[in-house]
Design a binder for this molecule. Sequence first.
Ligand SMILES: Cc1ncc(COP(=O)(O)O)c(C=O)c1O
Length: 297
Amino acid sequence: MSGPRRVLALLDGTLADPDAPLVRAGDLGLMRGDGVFETVLVEHAVAHELDSHLERLARSAGLLGLPEPGAAAWRRCVAAAVAGWGSTAELSLTLVCSRGMAADGSAGTCFAFGLPMSPRRVRLRETGVSALALDRGVPLDVVDRAPWLLLGAKTLSYAVNMAAVRYAEEHGADDAIFTAPGGTVLEGPTSSLVVASGGTLRTTPAALGVLPGTTQRALFEEAEAGGWRVAEEPMSLDDLRAADGVFLTSAGHKVTRVHTLDGRPLPDSSALAARLLGLLERRYRKRATQSRNAVIT
Ligand SMILES: Cc1ncc(COP(=O)(O)O)c(C=O)c1O
């Protein structure tokens, strides 16, 4: 089959044909979005922040009461996918674990499927994005009051997140930033929000029902070591407009600056974006060197 190269790995550490059928029609992941996933950046043959991703996958699965295979099986699966990819180019590797055909007592359907990083995502990292603030419609106190809404879990039910990105695009923007009723800013549909002002990096507290970002966490570790102050604090749209820089972070976004919010330009943060991206990429290069050395020794 033509088109971009893909890679499919199973939990037993074997590769499978990415074009062959794998999921049965009754799979509850497919039927109801009942399952969890993670998207991991593979670059220079290293699956970056894998510990954080596996921790978050286990946490999401716990919130859904979903049995999941555990870190050892995922590591085997990811290693197979990275070896099967066999390139230093960026791979977007999605680990999926659905509830499977639960009614027949069988285990969930779990696999890792990788695609080359989307050229659009890479381009937007360079140009920055315009973003629309979109009301998620969910009050801040709902997180504890309604745990069944699974806020902060990375579930397969991402139709709402994808609809928000499409809505933003249909209205002339590249991406979206969710807000809560009352105006507190939350996160992007597929990214964390990071705001820089006067030597401090801030992100939305996970307690407000956002997904704790693995990239944001890695960036904050590097930034703190480099002299930045870091904080988790609720922020408003006015805070974003007054900041030195507003960024979206994820395994795919890396550090992508927001240059325009709701049609109004923000202060130029390209130099700041380059500095923050530099911190993250230096960490990734270091990890790649360590992993090469570990193979050699
Ligand atoms: C809703 C949401 N928030 C934040 C993130 C950022 O997470 P990470 O940095 O682990 O990619 C994502 C990633 O897809 C996401 O979907």
